[in-house]
Design a protein around this ligand. Structure first.
Ligand code: BQZ
Length: 689
């Protein structure tokens, strides 16, 4: 007899009076209002056409030393030849401090560690703005925080324009013509098709940030019509929603002229060898981004130098970026906040509530080197249940029993109402920052509807009754509930990321709050990359997770809102035979999300998201914990930082602030460049040229 037997059949019989009473009792309450938070800065809302255009300009410019040391020396073609036919031109009107000047460095501090440069092959570059700076994508969404809500649509980027066919099933996209990778090789549809055919469609490859074929719609196809034209064909009619998925992190092509020769389809490499073909020590990997890695010192620093072929300019024809160098000091996320407020670092997303008070105190002084810019409450955490009972993550018998518990609504409700969210939030930071987060879409987002949000407030007694009701009682008297019929103790592992104090503090809070419930929850704390791998391969019972952009914007990462495909959900992916064992309400969520993707009628989209929010929160799809605002910490010497830029919405601030047009006025420039007046070298060569 299986000691972890939880077949609901048996338990069903155990439906005691207490359960009926609890089930009859309405456990819900109105969602408490979030504390007022006045410090939030507001964007200057504009139209997309106010930000950029693609246009050939009469003349182009570059830093004087590039001309004198490289062009005049004949080791680099003139700037006009390095730029595309019609570069992307940033409009001065949208640049808070106007046309900039060349020079200086932005000194990032990050908590991740680069695994290598093969982003589309699934390697992390250490996060913290490295991959966001290296990888350019078909469309762009980070800066959309400043676009008028009724004009919201993804920005053009590598795809400079597109049009739909009459019947709405085909989308023809025009790529920027004549743009080059940072080593001078042409960027063409070949790079797009290599990403699609040999990385997204190839099940042996898991691109970083999780692109799967279903991210772009079940049955969608993509083909190249010529070097600069690609055509999508969708089953749905005009699913404009997928244009958001063509932005960061799911459609950012890599340099096929470098990667393809290493792919198993075109070499004798294994898939592991392909993924690891470009280790962190490999310098000058070709990129479409504004800076190229030229130096890497393990556990110390990654240094990047300006990309001489970068395909964006300002209205005066100055080739961007303005900043010559980027540093990424390899440290911790908490140290990023400390160094930014101290002035030894230049940038931070203040995202860990525990650091708020100290950062606010330090930056309040007139002499403070950095300023804080708080945004909306777009940082939120949930407790996720692994809902796969058909093999995702190959659970052992103990794990399988937990999956079956997770799939029981009364069990999920019990966990939710045993969590005192107010106390959890206060344990991170006191004051008007944290708000109770019931789960689902975030309060304060365009599609959020309070009336559609089902909230189960803290009620330990009712929680215990619910668990009694499903037959989990402490039969061996050791204080831990047992599975029915004298089964084993209920033991649950809780996955959390050690790179953030907030993640482990919340996890410890949850573990402590499960004790009075008689559940033994065991911490499984893992470093970032290991945590990401465990989450993606389903090796967890429960998981503390910082919410993705889908809960903030809905339109970014929409496919992650529900298991719309075998590998799109954060906590329910396909098991054996690539089959998803969806619960009935999950099917409702999938249908609602697919209907949202398939319509561009805004009123209908609003209604669909009300339905989504109600089904999600009523069924405790995941347990919301806390929600709070983040703050951008930026050194005061930097100019062109957009007002109201949130640290996280459609993307992180490293994208939102458009770093390529950030500059430091000459009189404020620091002397931080480690490799002044140098440019990246040939791919794989040591250091700068
Ligand atoms: C921001 C971000 C830029 C990933 C990462 C990291 C990974 C996750 C998440 C954030 C870091 C910073 O977040 O915390 O402030 O700089 O990099 O990419 O948490 O472990 O997998 O989703 O974005």
């Amino acid at each position: 007899m299986r000691k972890h037997a939880m077949a609901l059949g048996g338990a069903g019989l155990m439906l005691g009076v207490s359960l009926m009473a609890v089930q009859a009792q309405d456990l819900t309450a109105a969602v408490p209002d979030a504390p007022a938070f006045a410090a939030q800065s507001q964007p200057n809302f504009v139209s997309l056409s106010d930000i950029l255009e693609y246009k050939a300009l009469p003349e182009y410019h570059e830093p004087a030393w590039v001309t004198s040391k490289y062009v005049d020396a004949g080791t680099l073609p003139p700037v006009a030849e390095r730029l595309p036919k019609e570069p992307l031109v940033y409009k001065t009107g949208d640049m808070p401090d106007g046309i900039g000047v060349y020079g200086d460095t932005m000194r990032h501090v990050i908590g991740g560690r680069p695994e290598g440069w093969n982003y589309i092959g699934g390697q992390s570059q250490g996060w913290g703005g490295i991959d966001i700076g290296l990888s350019e994508c078909l469309t762009r969404t980070g800066p959309l925080f400043e676009v008028k809500a009724d004009e919201l649509e993804p920005m053009p980027n590598l795809a400079k324009s597109w049009e739909w066919s009459e019947d709405g099933h085909e989308l023809t996209m025009h790529l920027i013509e004549g743009a080059k990778w940072s080593d001078g090789a042409p960027f063409t549809a070949d790079d797009v098709m290599f990403y699609w055919n040999d990385n997204v469609l190839d099940q042996n490859v898991s691109p970083l940030n999780g692109a799967t074929p279903e991210t772009f719609g079940v049955g969608t196809t993509l083909e190249a019509l010529d070097d600069y034209t690609i055509k999508w064909t969708f089953k749905e009619v005009r699913p404009a929603q997928y244009l958001y998925a063509m932005a960061y992190g799911t459609f950012c092509p890599g340099p096929s002229h470098i990667l393809k020769p290493e792919h198993p389809k075109y070499s004798s490499n294994t898939y592991e060898q392909y993924k690891n073909a470009f280790p962190p020590e490999y310098m000058n990997i070709p990129v479409m981004g504004a800076w190229v890695p030229v130096e890497y010192r393990p556990d110390d620093i990654v240094v990047m130098r300006r990309n001489p072929y970068y395909w964006k300019v300002d209205e005066a024809g100055n080739q961007l970026p303005y900043l010559n160098e980027m540093h990424y000091r390899l440290s911790t996320w908490a140290d990023r906040d400390v160094q930014a407020v101290a002035g030894s670092g230049d940038f931070s997303n203040l995202e860990q509530a525990e650091s708020f008070v100290e950062s606010l105190k330090r930056s309040a002084e007139d002499s403070a080197p950095a300023r804080l810019q708080f945004g909306a409450r777009t940082i939120g955490y949930s407790l996720d249940f692994n809902l796969s009972a058909n093999g995702w993550g190959e659970p052992d018998e103990r794990g399988q029993a937990v999956r079956e518990l997770n799939r029981n609504l009364d069990f999920r409700k019990a966990i939710s109402i045993a969590i005192d969210r107010q106390r959890l939030g206060d344990s991170l930071v006191r004051g008007p920052f944290t708000a109770i987060y019931p789960g689902g879409l975030f309060d304060g987002t365009a599609f959020y509807d309070k009336a559609s949000t089902v909230y189960y407030p803290f009620d330990l007694a009712a929680a215990n009754n619910l668990l009694d009701g499903i037959g989990l009682t402490d039969t061996d008297g050791n204080g831990i509930r047992n599975y029915p019929d004298g089964g084993a103790d209920v033991e649950i592992t809780l996955l959390a990321n050690t790179e953030y104090g907030t993640d482990t503090n919340l996890a410890e809070g949850v573990i402590a709050m499960m004790e009075p419930l008689g559940l033994r929850v065991i911490a499984n704390f893992q470093q970032g990359n290991a945590r990401d791998d465990m989450q993606q391969s389903g090796q967890f019972d429960w998981h503390i997770r910082r919410q993705g952009s889908e809960m903030v914007s809905v339109v970014q990462g929409t496919a992650n809102l529900a298991p719309t495909g075998p590998r799109t959900s954060w906590f329910h992916r396909a098991g054996t035979g690539d089959v998803l064992d969806l619960l009935p309400f999950e099917q409702e969520l999938v249908d609602t999300v697919n209907a949202f993707i398939a319509t561009s009628d805004n009123a209908e989209r609003v209604d669909l998201m009300k339905k989504f929010q109600h089904t999600f929160t009523e069924n405790v799809y995941s347990v919301g914990l806390t929600q709070y605002p983040g703050a951008l910490i930026i050194n005061k010497r930097f100019a062109n930082i957009p007002a109201g830029a949130p640290i996280f919405m459609f993307n992180w601030a490293e994208d939102n602030i458009m770093r390529e047009r950030v500059f430091v006025p000459t009189d404020k420039q620091g002397n931080y460049e480690l490799h002044p007046e140098t440019l990246p070298g040939a791919p794989g060569s040591d250091g700068a040229m």
